[in-house]
Write a protein that binds this ligand. Sequence first.
Ligand SMILES: Cc1ncc(C[n+]2csc(CCOP(=O)(O)OP(=O)(O)O)c2C)c(N)n1
Length: 349
Amino acid sequence: MSHPTSNVAPLSADSPASQRERFVSAFGWMLLARTFEDKIAALYRAGKIVGGVYLGRGQEAFSAALGMQLNQAQGDIFSGLIRDQAGRMAFGELLIDSARTYLGSVEGPMRGRDGNIHRGRPRQGMPAMISHLGAMVSVVNGMLIAKRFRGERDVVGGATIGDGGTSTGAFHEGLNQAAIEKLPLVIAVADNQFAYSTPTSQQYACADLADRAIGYGIRGYSIDGTDLETCLETFSEAIARARSGEGPQLVVGKLLRLAGHGEHDDARYIPADMREKPYGADCVPMAQHRILEENWMSEDEIEEQVRITQDRVEEAVAKAQSEPDPNPFRESWHALATKHLAEGTIAMD
Ligand SMILES: Cc1ncc(C[n+]2csc(CCOP(=O)(O)OP(=O)(O)O)c2C)c(N)n1
């Protein structure tokens, strides 16, 4: 049985045993993300989380496959957006950091100042997300260029974005810059068929977003983002190519957002039959089915893993709930200087 703990080194599947290990490990991250987000959604409905809750339901395979194959210890970067709970944790974000941020604990990485997903630990390769779509591409470019100036070799930056985000000027400018500079950047586009309620037919006119790679002079991949094995193989190749100096890699994963834009949105504009269409399936039960089919785990072992995962989530949420909120009379509420954020030396006054 696999139980995700921390991301130590990227797993490549060069033997059947390592293929199993990589797949089962990715499934563990997907399950943890799904379980945690189900809990967060329930707390939101109960009025215990303020602000928004945005889920990565349906995107876990695509997100985890990138996050877990980057190597935090080697200096890699993972820049996740709102649907990357799986990738963030697979890369190295602690479950308790997520729980503390959603629940406004002063112990969290954002000290209770941010309610959901703008959390980060830049020194650990996890820049805090900027909401403006496309903005994170040039942030990761900047981090990679800084590493280049410092002589840090063999690092890769992973950045995620949605189909809607690819329509922004910032995305174009960032990707163009990365291509010219031949930066080791892997851009993962989760083409989940909707941006809020805008379908992809009103988002782009090319046949496939991966076609845009040609225009930037970079390599593009178009894959089934619901199929975990395909995601693992593709990101393994893309990361290896970026690491070996081939420049940016654009990976487009076709999938369906299996939730509203946020939990305030019931997604009634998504036709029910889209789940039956290509890329509309739920990647979590699909991965579980494959594990059982291959005999990589038994039903009992999976049940046990589900139970352990639920316990882990309950424990993290209970801990975050028991911690204090920020104190407006004793703490500074001014914006944090980037320097302090980056160094982790935040003055409390
Ligand atoms: C530059 C910019 N324009 C508009 C928005 C408002 N906005 C937030 S999320 C979103 C939709 C994003 O869609 P997509 O990129 O496909 O990602 P998804 O939510 O489907 O994962 C929009 C328009 C924004 N954050 N930034």
